[in-house]
Design a protein around this ligand. Sequence first.
Ligand SMILES: Cc1cc2nc3c(=O)[nH]c(=O)nc-3n(C[C@H](O)[C@H](O)[C@H](O)COP(=O)(O)O)c2cc1C
Length: 321
Amino acid sequence: MKIYFAPLEGITGYIFRNAFSGIYGHIDKFFAPFISPSEKCPMTSRERKDITPENNSGINLVPQILTCRSDCFIEAAKELQAMGYSEVNLNLGCPSGTVCAKGKGAGFLPETLALQKFLDGIFSYAGSSDLKISVKTRLGYYDPDEFYDLVDIFNGFPISELIVHPRIRSDFYKGEPRKEYFAYALEHSKCPLVYNGNIFTAKDYDELSGLFNVSLDTVMLGRGLITDPSLADKLKGFASDTYLARFRKLHDTVYQEYRKVMSPDINVLYKMRELWSYWQNLFEGRERDIKRLLKARKCAEYEEIVSSIISYSTLRSNSVA
Ligand SMILES: Cc1cc2nc3c(=O)[nH]c(=O)nc-3n(C[C@H](O)[C@H](O)[C@H](O)COP(=O)(O)O)c2cc1C
């Protein structure tokens, strides 16, 4: 079984990836949050810093590109190849209003003729330059039945892996994934498939495998891995008695690394608050402290609350056991 770490913009940047991979194993590939190339510039200095190999040593990283222009995709891919990357991922799933309004991400899905032409362009480049292109897609923009045509389109290209998040744009990340459409892909797609969406526990994975009547070979995990960083260990059957110690190490490493590159305190704390929006459910009975932590405006205050939460807690057993 292979486990991929989903890209989560604002969360799984190089600081988080390094901290995570130094403490937890069993991730076969990390996907970087998207870069968004423009006509003038294949990537910003901030985007470059996130994916440069020197900031990702020992991490099997796949950069992701968000665009609806084949020329911009190819220019960005050339830069990524020059950095040493042999696979890039195309984002056809981002549901954000500003992204979709520009016809990118999930906003590209209903433009099937333009999409076909775009894929012709980038795969003809890939064929001549030994580049692998994987695709991360939703089912459609307006209606999940758009997926039937999309599968036919994708079948015309040598996509190295097709990662399917079985929701439409207006679902954003809410509600149950429309798993029956992934079952359709299992029958009709010629591309190697990766399932993504709402796997938070080993039980969720087992239920999916039962539903599809196959043991899913490759899954991509996002929020589930942030919420329970040892989820990949559990899915692969590696038991551990160090959940809390490793969680503390992950927290402290991410926090210290953010402190090195960010100021004032409040900017660091904004980043940590986002993580705690996932972690808060791990600490049963500490709701009042977590509320205080989410309001802290100074690092000293934050550190004191974190210490008291982590030192005197056990992780909530049903989330992480
Ligand atoms: C805060 C946030 C940021 C995200 N950023 C990206 C991104 O940069 N690229 C992408 O393809 N998907 C992005 N996603 C979608 C995730 O990669 C993933 O598809 C989604 O969270 C569903 O998987 P999960 O249920 O395992 O979390 C983002 C999702 C969230 C919640």
